[in-house]
Design a binder for this molecule. Structure first.
Ligand code: ADP
Ligand code: MG
Length: 303
């Protein structure tokens, strides 16, 4: 789906010229619920695993649910029989920690696979506790890559080249981006076919989306013609607040069907899972959070 940056700009501009009373009056109902339709059961996998579809989880704002969504979408896709590789492309290493992998103590991480000619992603990946879900961990070493990559030949394609060693082993490769639009994120966008934009349902989140969509457009134009926005995922959704409902409505107005019908509700179960080092699908398998990420997986599987 082609999205232009001006769609995002209009979503940002609208609330300024809105009558403050209008939101409360017009949005008595839950706009997310109103969009929900039954989701088809995912088709079974046919013909063996791979080659993987690569999806970047991207938003330059921090704390919007990128890492949480990477872990839990990955775990949900595995429940539907897919093999999934998660790549931590954030030097903070939260994806690794969230899966119980002590990345700070690891000798080799994604950094080595990106910077060393004879280290591959296959060399640095590790299995997680969930069969079918593997991880390429990251730690603070990766912060040097942003600077070191600058002097590389074809620096934006470094991750794309590295993916060749693992692409055929998986059905999906999800890349957890860091909160910036720097060279590592451009590498993720250059390597991906799809981008999922997790978006916190809060007014200030909208501002960054215009810039992100603009960056995605540029990467598509100059580096990666196959890149598409897979979808915008509303996270930390709270249907009880008018503000959240209004922001969600604006996003749907601007982006239409590109917004996933699945929304991720705000709940303390998610911070708990980080401490447990597990996806919510195994930590609290019957929770609404787990079922939301299963619904997201169903949407992703038919894209
Ligand atoms: P990002 O990767 O974009 O920085 P995270 O996924 O790390 O964001 O989420 C930031 C914080 O918010 C974490 O503490 C996480 O546990 C919490 N969190 C994520 N999703 C939700 C949610 N739906 N409800 C409540 N807290 C959440
Ligand atoms: Mg993160």
């Amino acid at each position: 789906m082609a999205i232009r940056a001006d769609a995002a700009s209009s979503a940002v501009a609208r609330p300024h010229d809105t009558d403050p009373e209008m939101g409360a009056a017009a949005l008595k109902t839950d706009p997310a619920k109103a969009r929900q339709r039954p989701l088809p059961e995912p088709p079974p996998l046919t013909g063996g695993h791979g080659p993987a579809r690569v999806i970047a989880m991207c938003n330059q704002k921090g704390g919007v649910g990128k890492t949480t969504s990477t872990i839990n979408l990955g775990a949900a896709l595995v429940e539907y029989g897919r093999k999934v590789l998660l790549i931590d492309l954030d030097p903070q290493g939260a994806l690794s920690v969230g899966l119980g992998v002590p990345a700070q103590q690891l000798e080799r991480t994604v950094y080595n696979a990106l910077m060393e000619r004879n280290t591959t992603l296959a060399d640095v990946r590790v299995p997680t506790d969930i069969p079918g879900l593997d991880l390429v961990p990251s730690n603070i070493d990766l912060s040097a890559a942003e600077v070191q990559l600058v002097s590389e030949v074809a620096r934006e394609q470094t991750l794309l080249r590295a993916l060749s060693s693992v692409r055929n082993d998986y059905d999906y490769i999800l890349i957890d981006c860091q909160p910036s639009l720097g060279l590592l994120t451009v590498n993720a966008l250059t390597a991906a076919q799809g981008v999922i934009i997790p978006l916190e349902c809060e007014f200030f989140s909208l501002r960054g989306v215009a810039l992100l969509v603009d960056t995605i457009d540029k990467v598509k134009e100059r580096l990666n013609q196959t890149l598409e926005i897979s979808g915008i995922l509303a996270t930390m959704y709270d249907s009880r607040t008018v503000h959240c409902r209004e922001v969600f409505s604006r996003v749907v107005e601007a982006f239409g069907d590109t917004v996933f019908q699945t929304v991720i509700t705000r709940t303390v179960r998610f911070p708990e899972t980080t401490v447990a080092g597990q996806p919510i699908t195994t930590w609290a398998p019957t929770s609404s959070g787990a079922s939301a990420y299963r619904d997201l997986a169903k949407e992703v599987l038919v894209l």
